[in-house]
Ligand binder design. Structure first.
Ligand code: ACM
Length: 623
């Protein structure tokens, strides 16, 4: 009795996001105070400086009241793994690499009480043994600064919050139809012309604008400062230079890059734009010169060349492009896009870099070393992996944080969609339908913040957080550690510590109304009932979602009924299932004839596909 209440009381203090692989709670705590010292291996200078700034430490040699940072090459926890050991004498972090030590420090920060976050020098952290390493090597966030420019200090704050959650890749979307945002010394008009537009679209339909001219770009020095700032926090900056589409700002600056004699301005409307680069050799050379300067700023192995949403209207209408298609022995405009991407792939490969692009780069064939960012759906990720390419899952359905996270009636204007926190958390970036031998090609995941309607850093933070923390957990934590209820409890503690304009948690967080547990079902269909009275349903529409959380087997559901005091008041007879993959696992009912205060149950015909080892949540919502 005593022990279990102790564990419950302590659990709140172990609120680390993403959840560590193993965390063993210990009795007692370590107290930081004015004389706590830092003892760090040489070679960890940068990480030691971070530790000193987080916890007000001074260098020392003591073996007690000390934070000890060590690189241990024999540690068997992967390149980025760490061990964090806290007892009443010391805090010790062992990493196989400096990155691992840094991640151990982030876990330690998250064990700090609110006082510590507010700058107190004396506070305690609970004793613990943690061993941890990431599930995926690419844990990314993309920020679009083409549509709306974000000042350097805002980028740093974004990077800080990513680092706290062990993210390691910042994809900087630097060029767009509506603005070119990176200084290129050889082509100054890219920024003197291309970074400015006449006005900014506020709503797409009916089209509404802020008529104030708008602009902004980063000098190369500023971009280098961001690269260094990110690298100090073990975050790689992947620059994106869009081609051949999403390029109107560059064509406005240098009309010879386009396909027609039409004079173009930097675009002011959002959407897919038909004005694209021509595929002449001179344009390829221009863009390779741009990439030379980009590679000098960004040491990233991966260089992103966009490749998405390139309409072929201008190439079809252009006699010059049609002649090039013939000369190059290509079948059509799609093969021309493929040819275009290959020029960049070969160029980057010759300089020791790797091309990455949105999944359209697969169309028409792709060079072997190229990596694909799958945004349009799982099938594109599977197709790329099956073709032997590495894949970063950036799925629109779960990782596009420009989508609404609540009711559009009460949320600030967004581009559309519906992506509440729970939907992000429930997503798995390894598609269920991928074959086992191709799974290794899924190197990680990435969330996207596209900024058409996101005009300020504060609004970008509101859209990113807390959904970014759900993403961080699905990119880092083992799949069998996933537990939404537990995540929400950790989030409640962590969120107030974030130095960003995060969105407050909803009262309806999609927490389960009921649960099914291992042993309640079997391999054969049986009718089962769960009490859902606490959802407070009355006459009208409701949705019932069955969401698998753990166990060996998926749950098959062959129709549901809602009962009020044992009488059927609504039903939806469709078949659905939930497991590693969800298929039609939401049931919609229209309820009629519910007496006040009735006991409400959901009754369903269910089986575990293979046996009873299946667990999950039943989530009931009105409407
Ligand atoms: C994209 O959303 N066009 C990659």
């Amino acid at each position: 009795m005593m022990l279990s209440s102790f564990v419950v009381a302590m659990a709140a203090q172990y609120s680390i996001i993403p959840a560590p692989v193993t965390l063993i709670q210990q009795a007692g705590s370590f107290s930081f105070n004015e004389s706590t010292v830092l003892v760090a291996d040489k070679g960890l200078k940068n990480v030691a400086d971070m530790a000193k700034s987080y916890f007000h430490l001074t260098d020392g040699t003591a073996t007690k009241n000390a934070v000890v940072l060590k690189v241990d090459k024999s540690l068997n926890l992967g390149e980025e793994g760490y061990r964090l050991l806290i007892d009443s004498d010391t805090v010790e972090i062992q990493g196989k690499s400096p990155a691992g030590v840094f991640y151990g420090l982030q876990s330690l920060r998250q064990l700090m009480p609110t006082d510590g976050w507010k700058g107190a020098k004396s506070f305690s952290v609970p004793a613990v043994i943690i061993e941890d390493q990431p599930r995926f090597q690419w844990r990314g966030a993309m920020l679009d600064v083409g549509r709306n420019f974000m000042p350097k200090e805002a980028i740093k704050k974004f990077i800080d919050t990513l680092a706290l959650h062990k993210m390691n890749s910042f994809h900087w979307h630097l060029t767009e139809d509506q603005g070119w945002r990176i200084e290129i010394k050889k082509y100054p008009k890219l920024t003197s012309v291309g970074s400015k537009r006449a006005k900014t679209m506020l709503k797409y339909s009916p089209a509404t604008y802020d008529e104030t001219p708008y602009g902004g770009f980063y000098t190369q020095e500023e971009a280098k400062e961001i690269v260094k700032y990110a690298a100090d926090r073990f975050i790689n900056v992947v620059p994106e230079i869009e081609m051949p589409g999403h390029s109107q700002a560059a064509i406005a600056a240098y009309p010879e890059l386009g396909n027609t004699d039409q004079k173009l301005d930097v675009a002011v409307n959002w959407g897919v734009n038909k004005h694209v680069f021509n595929p002449d050799v001179s344009t390829i050379k221009f863009l390779q010169n741009v990439l030379d300067e980009v590679m000098a700023i960004f040491p990233s192995k991966f260089i992103h060349i966009g490749g998405d949403e390139c309409p072929k209207d201008e190439w079809k209408a252009s006699p010059r492009v049609q002649q090039l298609i013939k000369e190059r022995g290509l079948k059509d405009e799609h093969e021309m896009q493929s040819w275009f991407v290959r020029q960049m792939d070969q160029y980057l490969a010759a300089k020791g870099r790797r091309l990455i692009g949105w999944d359209e780069i697969l169309e028409g064939g792709l060079a072997p070393g190229a990596t694909v960012m799958a945004w349009r759906g799982e099938s594109h990720g599977i197709e790329a992996a099956n073709a032997g390419h590495d894949v970063v899952m950036a799925s629109t359905s779960a990782l596009y944080f420009d989508f609404y996270q609540g009711d559009p009636k009460t949320e600030p204007h967004a581009i559309g969609g519906n992506l509440p926190l729970r939907k992000v958390y429930d997503f798995d970036i390894v598609p269920a339908a991928i074959t086992a031998d191709k799974r290794k090609h899924i190197i990680g995941g990435q969330f996207q913040v596209w900024t058409e309607y996101i005009r300020t850093p504060e609004y970008a933070q509101y859209m990113a957080f807390p959904r970014a923390l759900a993403a961080a957990e699905i990119f880092w934590s083992p799949k069998n550690k996933k537990n939404y209820r537990d995540f929400v409890e950790r989030l409640k503690i962590n969120l107030p510590h974030l130095d960003v304009n995060y969105r407050k948690l909803d009262t309806d967080l999609g927490l389960p109304t009921a649960e099914w547990k291992a042993g309640q079902v079997s391999n054969d269909y049986k009718v089962r009932k769960w009490d859902i009275s606490s959802a407070g349903l009355s006459d009208g529409k409701a949705t019932i979602k069955f969401q698998y959380t753990s166990g060996q087997f998926r749950l098959d559901v062959d129709g549901i009924e809602i009962l009020a005091n044992g009488v059927v008041v609504g039903s939806d007879s469709h078949y659905g299932r939930t497991g590693a993959e969800n298929v039609d696992n939401v049931w919609h009912v229209t309820l009629k004839g519910i007496p006040a205060g009735a006991k409400i149950e959901v009754q369903a015909k269910v089986r575990g596909d293979g046996g009873g080892d299946t667990n999950g949540d039943i989530i009931v919502t009105r409407g």
